[in-house]
Design a protein around this ligand. Structure first.
Ligand SMILES: [Zn+2]
Length: 128
């Protein structure tokens, strides 16, 4: 077993994406329960190259446009965007506004229907 290194991992080749789903609740599934259907996802991204740019309103020189929104197929379009090839990028870290209770469920449902096998970090039965 290798000893742990006392250093912070480099984030030089990482794209960080923060996303938030908005949903409609027009579909009743019982007398007291309504189905949340994603109708919009908004995301904001950054990389270490963008941190050193003075004007944050300008596109990042490396990862481009900093804000995106998808509304035709919010879940599918978000996953497609996250999986786009980026020559400079080795890893995409997607962080949901409310993953534990809400936003991650849409991603997991789609991943299962696509027969992906996501790796989850669990704390008991809760997804961290
Ligand atoms: Zn960037």
């Amino acid at each position: 077993m290798q000893p742990l290194k006392d250093e912070v991992p480099s984030a030089d080749n990482v794209l960080f994406v923060f996303y938030d789903f908005e949903t409609s609740q027009d579909t009743k599934i019982s007398e007291t329960t309504k189905l949340h259907v994603p109708i919009l996802v908004c995301l904001q991204q950054f990389c270490t190259a963008g941190e050193i740019q003075d004007d944050y309103e300008q596109d990042c020189a490396r990862c481009g446009k900093r804000r995106h929104s998808f509304f035709e197929d919010p879940v599918g379009d978000l996953l497609s965007y996250l999986c786009e090839p980026r020559p400079w990028c080795k890893k995409v870290v997607a962080i949901a506004h409310n993953a534990k209770a809400f936003d991650l469920q849409f991603i997991l449902n789609r991943a299962i229907s696509l027969k992906w096998t996501p790796e989850l970090i669990l704390n008991g039965l809760k997804i961290v």
